[in-house]
Ligand binder design. Structure first.
Ligand code: ATP
Length: 272
């Protein structure tokens, strides 16, 4: 299977501020799951915005590089056309329509489908993946729990039958048990033939689910490889996985320490 998404030499800036991304390369082959790791402000959401064509909504702009889907350039394409090409994003914070019913939310997602057949197939797939959305079809989406809202946000994105799904921190704010379930769902989505770019601060979950991963640091790719390679790397262990900690408390302490080290390195870079 050829490369679905290819990002080359991508640099992005917001307004006149310093660059948010510099010379970033990523690839998603076929229906792979690619995890994008990195701490706060590393540029993960910016990368998803660039791919989905929504940077200008945030006063951001691509200053160098290109983004291709199969052989077509999409970096100057209207976001609605990017969706038509099969690239659909689930932004951070879910952003479902709280007053609309679950069913209406799903229907809204289906508006981007290429044909009625795609939409019907997608609907079946969504109800298989998330039975709870059928059970609660008539209820206002705002009454769903956090985990159910995340499922609705993913389900709504799947309604247009995407070939590539962009997920921004789907585990944010969810209980550990639900994080595991979201991970399984991402794997099921992949098994059904959809590629996924998964932005996550939860590196443990992301590396379990992904085939490949990149770690961003201050807008640059610091590490990339297969998920197994990155899980085994000392740097990833120390930066994101809490080293070889013997307890959760120890892991948390090591994560805090890693954050502090990261901030120190960033400061050193800024002050030259
Ligand atoms: P987090 O995990 O905290 O969401 P992130 O890795 O997704 O972080 P981005 O949100 O992509 O990081 O931000 C990358 C850089 O761009 C940061 O320095 C951030 O302050 C800056 N930035 C992001 N959005 C904007 C914006 N709309 N205007 C100006 N600067 C922005």
């Amino acid at each position: 299977m050829g490369s679905v998404l290819s990002v080359r030499g991508l640099s992005v800036r917001y307004g006149r501020s310093v660059g948010a991304l510099t010379d970033v390369d990523i690839d998603v082959e076929g229906d792979d799951v690619l995890a994008i790791l990195g701490g706060n402000g590393a540029g993960k959401s910016t990368l998803l915005r660039a791919v989905s064509g929504t940077l200008s909504l945030h006063r951001g702009a691509i200053t160098a590089g290109e983004i291709r889907l199969a052989d077509e350039r999409i970096d100057r394409m209207d976001p609605a056309l990017v969706v038509r090409r099969g690239v659909v994003a689930v932004p951070e914070g879910r952003q479902i329509f709280g007053r609309m019913s679950v069913e209406e939310n799903l229907r809204a997602g289906g508006l981007g489908a290429r044909s009625t057949r795609t939409r019907d197939e997608a609907r079946e797939r969504v109800h298989e993946l998330f039975p709870v959305l059928s059970e609660r079809a008539g209820q206002p989406a705002g009454l769903l729990s956090g985990g159910e809202q995340q499922m609705l946000a993913i389900g709504r994105a799947l309604m247009s039958g995407p070939t590539l799904l962009l997920l921004d921190e789907p585990s944010l704010g969810l209980a550990p048990q639900l994080v595991g379930r979201i991970g399984e769902i991402i794997r099921e989505i992949h098994d059904q033939g959809t590629g996924v770019v998964l932005v996550e601060q939860n590196a443990t979950m992301a590396l379990k689910v992904a085939d490949h991963a990149v770690a961003l640091e201050v807008g640059r790719v610091a590490l990339s490889g297969t998920a197994d390679e990155l899980s085994g790397s000392d740097e990833i262990q120390h930066l994101y996985l809490g080293g070889h900690a013997e307890s959760d408390e120890q892991a948390e302490l090591e994560r805090v320490e890693a954050d502090r080290r990261r901030a120190g390195r960033r400061l050193a870079r800024w002050t030259g």
